[in-house]
Design a protein around this ligand. Sequence first.
Ligand SMILES: Cc1ncc(COP(=O)(O)O)c(C=O)c1O
Length: 465
Amino acid sequence: MLDELPLILDRGADQPLSVQVAEGLRAAASSGLLRADDRLPSSRSLAQRLGVSRTVVAAAYDQLHAEGWIASRRGSGTYLTTAPTEAPARPSPRATAEHPPELLDLGPGAPCIEAIDQAAWRRAWRAAADDSPIVRKDRGGEPDYRAAVAEHLLRHRGLGAGSTTVVLATAGTSSAVVEFASALLRPGDTIAMEDPGYQRAAGAFLAAGVRVVPVPIDADGLRVDRLPDGIKAVYCTPAHQFPLGTRMQASRRVQLVEFARRAGILIIEDDYDGELRYDTAPLPLLAAMAPDVVVHLGTTSKIFSPTLGIGWLVAAPDITEAVVAHRERTGTGPSPAGQRVLAEFARHGDLARHLRRLRRTVAPRRALVVDELRRRGLEVLGDDAGSHVVVPLASAEAEQQAVTAGRARGVELDGLARHHLVVQQHPLARASGPHTFGIALGYTALNWPDLTAAVSIAADCIGRS
Ligand SMILES: Cc1ncc(COP(=O)(O)O)c(C=O)c1O
C-alpha cells in the first residue's frame, strides 16, 4: 500500500521538494492512508520512485522526525508513530440526523447477533474460503446451497421443495421481489399487497414500474374480498403479518389460493421470519398448499443478518426459468460467497442448532417486553413469534406523540405510519381500510440491560399518548 502513496510533486512550485514530500506524507496520515505503526519506504526507494535525490526525502523524513510523527527503529526502518491530531474525526456510524448517538433503537427488523455461535460462524466462513474461486457462477445458485435450503425448508418449514418446484438462491427478499417484477411483470402491471405492510417490497415493485394497490387486513389476515380485479399478483406475509404480527388463518389461506387460481394470478409468500415461533407450530405454508400459484420467498436476514445477503425463492419451474433467464440477460445473480457460508453452516448441523439457540435467546426477550408492556396496562398485538410486537394506539397524533416523547428520552420508536402505503391514484385502487396506528417494538437488536431500560421508557411514552 505504501508503494502507492499518492505523493505528487510540483517541480515548478516555489516550495522546496523536501517540504512537498513532508506535506504529502502528513496529508496521507491525516486522511488515514497511513496509520500508526505503518512502515515508511526507505529514503532511497522513495527517492527513486519520486525521481528526486535521496537528500530530498531524507530532509522530509528529518522534518517529520522533528515533529514527532515518525521514528526510526534500529535495523527495521522508519515508522509512523502517530496520526496527526488534526486528522478529521470519523463520524460514529450511529451519529446521523436520524439516529443521534445516544438513541436506543427499538425499531423492528434487526437480527439477534448475540444468538450466533461465533465459533460455528467462523468455522463456516473458514470452510467456505477453502473452496477455490469459480470461473462462472451458476445463476440459479450454488448446488450445495440449494440443497441446504431444500433441507431447511423441509425440516423447519414443512415444505417439500424440489419435486414440482425449484429452489433458487437469491440475494434476499427485496432483491428477489425486484427480480420477480422484472422477469414476470411488465411496467404498468398492478399487484396488491397487505396494508400496513413491508414497504421495501412495495419499493421494489414500484422501482420496476409496477403499480401497488393496498389491501386491508383483519383478524384473519389479508381481506381477500377486497382484492381488485386486474391484478397480476398479491404479496403477503401469511406466517407473521408484517408489521402487525398476526397469522393468516386457515380459511383465509384457502380463500386466497382459490382467488389466485380463479383469477390466474400469483401469490408471493414472504416468509421472512417463519423460523421464529415460540408457542404453537406454524400453519402450513401457502407454498405447501398451492405450489402451482405460490412464489415462496425466504431470507437469512432475520435468522443471521442482512449482511449475509442471501435468501431463496421456491416456485414452479416456468417461474424460476424466467428469473434465471432474466439473470442471464442482465448478467446479475446472487453472490456465491454467502451461499457457501450457509451451506457450510448447514453441513455440520450448525444451522439446526443455531435455530434452536436463536429461539431460546429471543423468546425470553419477547417475554420481557410483553410482560413490561402488559404490566403498564398496554395492549400487545401479535402472535408469540418473530422479533417484534405492536402496541396499538387510537390515532396518528397519539402515535406521533409517543415517537416524539421516546426520542426526547433517548429511545427510537417505530410508528406504524411508515408501514402504510401512500395510496396511488390508480383505477384499481379501492379505498384501503382505516389506518392502523401504533408502535412496533423490536426486541432483538439491543443487549439485555439496554432492552430493559428502553422498554420501560417506551411503555411510559406510549402509555401517556
Ligand atoms: C416483511 C419482511 N420481509 C423481508 C425482510 C428481509 O428482506 P431482505 O432479505 O431483503 O433483507 C424483512 C426484513 O426486515 C421484512 O421485515
